[in-house]
Design a binder for this molecule. Structure first.
Ligand code: FRU
Length: 558
């Protein structure tokens, strides 16, 4: 294990590089309010900022500091040091910069934000401010779903990895909390999982309180795996040492589960081995803190990203049959393997399967300890939200329930949007069963909504193309090819008994389409035209029989 003191000394050793006209800047302030406001100008030169207490670095980050009018403010929680004097050091600043002259504090970080920025997804979680990528530590704990996430609180691009944090009681409405994990002397806080230690095997519980245990990679320095825990879902404590030594610089994203039959914990860790080989290593532990290597499986190499990053590992019944279960192992691109697991070794039976066919859906994770026993997944959805002076960037997908289904090709992962999403349904337009012909009047004429859920079932008959257009974006089904196409993203979506079944969620930043009884999930990031709120259904080259069509206006979660 690397000693914190040694790391601190190494970190303080670097000399800053300064360009002409700029100089190091330092100022002090007494903490009177909860937050220090940090002015950000997207695209401005990146500055390294250190916050010190009595000469010790307590926070550090790089940020595109605004010299004059900022695009937005980042809020650094300094409440732990109320009444103390903190020093702000910036490595280089223009002499006329007003960045921290004066220092501005605030007691509220914009909890009253309306989340109505033009590109703010209206039913997808996105951070109040800054950048997000992977969901992390997803777990249900003490009455709330916890969604942690890779977060840069100080910029709209990747960097300064923290674990941001949001909670929800229904998987749909999220409340963003303070940062859960800050970079420390071991490294920045890369991805990992979370799980409740119900039996207090870790000994980290207190009285009746059982810990929610979070595993992360301390990246970009030690590359060791770390453990943090909480007893209230709000305050987080890291163990003073890491819990797993570095294997290679490319080891990361620990996911931990309880394996009941073996009565031990299992960690799956992504490890890049020599020649850019992607592997998943399995470890076991009885106390959550000391881990023993058990086995590994080999994925792709280099650009072949099978089993690359962000492992997720769970067991599910096939067709709901508790006596017939299979294990699923996935990597960040959602490619997965199905197999058996004895507590130490995963034996794949089928490999390189695809459960999502969209664009830029990545690093999905599922909730541990889900109270209804469901396997609910949320993924990072790379939305095109970094525009102009935007104060936030990226988002998550909607939550989906995963299941295993026996198909004629084998056992496959299927997805259904969680039922809780129905809470968002507002006014509905229902189109009754009818024959659809190429020259018919648009059955969705008159619909006017920005965000929507559409459910449709039709018999394809001799139609060649079925086209559902949402706010100008075509969701096109080619009947002969049995293929869905959206903005040049294509997916095979077989008709089921001659029927096309679609469920479509439309938000400002794209569509998520479910087809072929959940076998096809197609998230397509696409910024819809804000002035177009129209919808249409058309058939081309022949006729189809509409069986059901419902279009719900959705309510914003914010
Ligand atoms: C996946 C990933 C993870 C890593 C994290 C860093 O998107 O590269 O492997 O932990 O992002 O933000």
């Amino acid at each position: 294990m690397i000693n914190r003191l040694v790391l601190l000394l190494v970190m303080c050793g670097g000399l800053p590089l300064i360009t002409m006209g700029q100089q190091p800047f330092t100022t002090k302030f007494e903490v009177g309010k909860k937050y220090l406001k940090i002015p950000v100008k997207n695209g401005a030169p990146k500055r390294n900022v250190d916050i010190l207490l009595n000469g010790d670095k307590i926070r550090w980050f790089n940020v595109e500091l605004a010299d004059d009018t900022p695009d937005w403010y980042a809020y650094l929680d300094v409440s732990a040091w109320k009444g103390s004097t903190l020093t702000i050091n910036v490595d280089a600043l223009n002499s006329n910069s007003s960045a921290f002259s004066p220092v501005v504090q605030a007691s509220d970080d914009g909890n009253k934000m309306d989340y109505k920025e033009p590109l703010r997804g209206q039913f997808h979680f996105s951070p109040k401010r800054g950048w997000n990528n992977d969901p992390n530590g997803m777990a249900y704990y003490k009455g709330e779903y916890h969604l942690f996430f890779q977060h840069n609180p100080y910029g709209v691009n990747w960097g300064n990895m923290h674990w941001g944090h949001a909670v929800s009681t229904d998987l749909i409405h999220w409340k963003e909390m303070s940062e859960a994990l800050y970079p420390d002397e071991f490294g920045t806080m890369f991805s990992g999982g979370g799980v409740v230690d119900t039996e207090n095997t870790s000994g980290l519980g207190k009285g009746k309180d059982r810990p929610l245990v979070l595993y992360y990679t301390a990246a970009e320095k030690s590359w060791e795996q770390g453990l943090a825990y909480t007893l209230d879902g709000r305050n987080f404590t890291k163990l003073p040492h890491t819990i797993l030594d570095k294997i290679t610089d490319g080891n990361r994203d620990p996911k931990v589960i309880w394996h009941a039959p073996s009565k031990h914990w299992v960690m799956v860790l992504y490890v890049t081995e020599a020649n850019d080989l992607h592997t998943m290593h399995f470890f076991t532990s009885v106390d959550m803190k000391s881990w023993t290597f058990a086995s590994k499986i080999i994925g792709g190499k280099g650009d072949d990203r099978y089993m690359h990053e962000c492992p997720e590992f769970f067991e599910l019944p096939v067709d709901g049959n508790e006596n017939h279960k299979k294990w699923v192992l996935t990597g960040a691109n959602s490619q997965y393997a199905i197999g058996t697991f004895d507590g130490k070794t995963f034996l794949p039976e089928e490999e390189r399967l695809f459960s999502q066919h969209g664009r830029d859906y990545y690093a999905a994770q599922t909730f541990s300890d889900e109270p209804k026993g469901r396997r609910v997944e949320i993924g990072w959805w790379r939305t095109h939200t970094n525009k102009e002076a935007s104060s936030f960037n990226q988002s998550m997908s909607i939550p989906m329930e995963l299941a295993l289904k026996q198909t004629n090709k084998g056992v496959r992962l299927v997805r259904t949007p969680v039922l809780e999403l129905q809470k968002l349904r507002g006014a509905v337009t229902k189109v009754s069963a009818k024959e659809l012909t190429p020259d018919m009047k648009n059955p969705l004429a008159g619909v006017d909504t920005e965000i929507a859920e559409i459910k449709l079932t039709l018999m394809a008959k001799d139609a060649k193309v079925i086209q559902l257009t949402v706010r100008g974006l075509g969701i096109n089904y080619d009947v002969a090819k049995q293929e869905l196409e959206i903005d040049n993203v294509r997916a095979q979506a077989p008709l089921v008994d001659g029927k096309l079944n679609l469920q479509v969620f439309v938000d400002r930043t794209g569509v998520e389409v479910f087809a072929a009884e959940g076998e096809v999930f197609m998230p397509v990031n696409y910024n819809l035209n804000p002035t177009d709120r129209t919808y249409s259904l058309q058939v081309k080259g022949g006729k189809a029989d509409l069986q059901t069509l419902e279009l719900y206006k959705l309510k914003s979660i914010w």
